[in-house]
Design a protein. Structure first.
Length: 487
């Protein structure tokens, strides 16, 4: 007797039929609004509420030692597995639903063509019935995800992998000082999903476009691709949605005659400088703050700042600022060539009156609480699949080379080595059962794997062709107009 198998097709969000789009968002909304007990009684043992998935990502990415989800070669496979888990939970509610991808270069290219960031912020994906608005700063108050709660009292919410072992650095909960399930370096005390439409006082103008995704696909080796893909081709999407408030670097830099055009390029990534400083012990964050403590009094600070400010300029650069700003010494000079690194350091240390930088949820370790997270990551996975179809020149996976250890060291960070056993549930790639390693997920997402349960609808970028790029972004002998035709 023959056998029948099926594959779920992941389609671009806007290509879904109206009925399929409504079905997807309705199903996602159930995940966000149903507790575990009710969900499992209604939909079965594999149902999980959104808090469970957020907690996994938050604990791994919010760790003190290093980021077990990002800043290493496990980024691709870890997020592929997390996306698969989310999709499996959706399918407990409605087996006909698959996880769509949001090709945000459609908006990004429109911004690139016009210089108008509102082409991005007013995209139909931010309709109230989809992700919800992204034009205001503060809690999301409109649409189906309005007032999405951020889990509170989370100091004891500790996730252990399915085999009972914790492979990070001990039993801990990633939680901020107010007890919210957020990054320890993010003292955001708003109890709901938060978005901020600027970053340290700057309006973000650089979001991923066709050129950025072409650049990613032109990385010849897995090592090059894996080190590049998480940042310009992807990360600025999180910056644009999450943003950073409570700290207006723009005004401070303007006062010291800084080149604001150059600042626009690097200031939006200062959140990464701050979390690296936290991991290095340069920036210390409070463990607890009462609910009525103002954010300005519950902030991360640098206990050694006074000592640093007394150091000679070159000593300060050599010992601290060099690593903090990723060796970009040009950042430390104003338009007249005056060294202003002390000003930058005081900003990063929240040392100005009223300054207390807080991140929107998309831009920190609890980012899966923002519904936009979920269709964003399959976009990266789709790029990886297309690159694998066309072939890397070398697929060597470099171990012990994660780059966030103690903030600035390149070393071992569990979750980024090829054979690291990952914490994701054992059933998500059924009938292949876990626990899964990075190598397992790499193999299970191989486009040539005949038992794969997921395919992408096509590998065309028509909007990029309109902008002068190849429709396939890179030269390719592979013609894949519609992968459903191959089934």
């Amino acid at each position: 007797e023959g056998s029948v198998s099926s594959k779920y097709v992941r389609r671009e969000l806007r290509s879904l039929t109206t009925d399929d789009k409504v079905k997807f968002f309705n199903t996602m909304e159930i995940m966000y609004k149903t507790d575990r007990e009710t969900g499992q009684a209604t939909y079965g043992e594999y149902f999980e509420p959104i808090d469970k998935l957020v907690a996994y990502h938050n604990q791994l990415a919010g760790s003190k030692l290093c980021d077990h989800m990002h800043d290493g070669y496990g980024f691709l496979t870890q997020h592929a597995a997390l996306s698969k888990w989310f999709e499996v939970v959706l399918q407990t509610v409605d087996p006909s639903v698959s996880l769509p991808y949001w090709d945000y270069t459609i908006e990004g290219q429109a911004v690139n063509n016009t210089g108008d960031i509102m082409k991005w912020r007013q995209s139909d994906v931010f309709d109230p019935e989809q992700f919800g608005p992204c034009t205001k700063s503060g809690p999301v108050t409109e649409g189906r995800f309005a007032y999405t709660p951020t889990r509170q009292n989370s100091h004891d919410y500790i996730i252990s992998p399915t085999d009972g072992g914790n492979r990070t650095e001990g039993n801990y909960a990633a939680v901020n000082a107010y007890g919210f399930m957020r990054a320890p370096w993010n003292q955001n005390n708003i109890p709901y999903l938060t978005r901020i439409n600027n970053t340290y006082g700057f309006e973000l103008t650089e979001v991923p476009n066709c050129h950025d995704h072409k650049d990613a696909l032109e990385q010849d080796t897995f090592t090059e691709f894996g080190a590049f893909i998480a940042y310009t081709p992807h990360g600025t999407t999180h910056i644009a949605i999450g943003g950073v408030g409570g700290a207006n670097y723009k005004n401070i830099l303007k006062a010291v005659d800084y080149d604001l055009e150059m600042a626009e390029h690097w200031v939006p990534i200062a959140f990464a400088f701050q979390k690296n400083m936290y991991r290095a012990g340069y920036l210390e964050c409070p463990e607890t703050c009462s609910a009525d403590t103002p954010q300005s009094e519950c902030k991360c600070t640098c206990p050694d700042l006074a000592t640093w400010l007394e150091m000679p300029t070159e000593v300060l650069w050599d010992e601290y600022m060099n690593v903090i700003v990723a060796k970009e010494k040009k950042y430390t000079f104003n338009k007249n060539g005056t060294n202003v690194q002390q000003t930058l350091l005081k900003m990063f240390c929240n040392d100005y009156d009223g300054m207390a930088s807080v991140m929107g949820d998309s831009l920190e370790s609890a980012s899966p609480n923002d519904p936009s997270f979920w269709p964003t990551h399959p976009t990266v996975e789709r790029l990886m699949v297309w690159k694998r179809i066309n072939g890397f020149t070398n697929e060597t996976w470099v171990d012990d080379a994660a780059w966030s250890v103690n903030g600035f060291d390149i070393s071992t960070c569990y979750g980024h080595n090829k054979e690291d056993v990952l914490p994701w549930p054992k059933h998500i790639y059924s009938p292949v059962m876990g626990p899964y390693t990075n190598e397992d997920v790499w193999d299970l997402t191989d486009p040539s794997y005949e038992n794969s349960t997921v395919i992408y609808d096509h590998f065309r970028w028509d909007h990029c062709e309109d902008a002068g790029f190849l429709k396939t972004l890179i030269p390719s002998d592979v013609v894949v107009e519609n992968t459903e035709a191959l089934l």
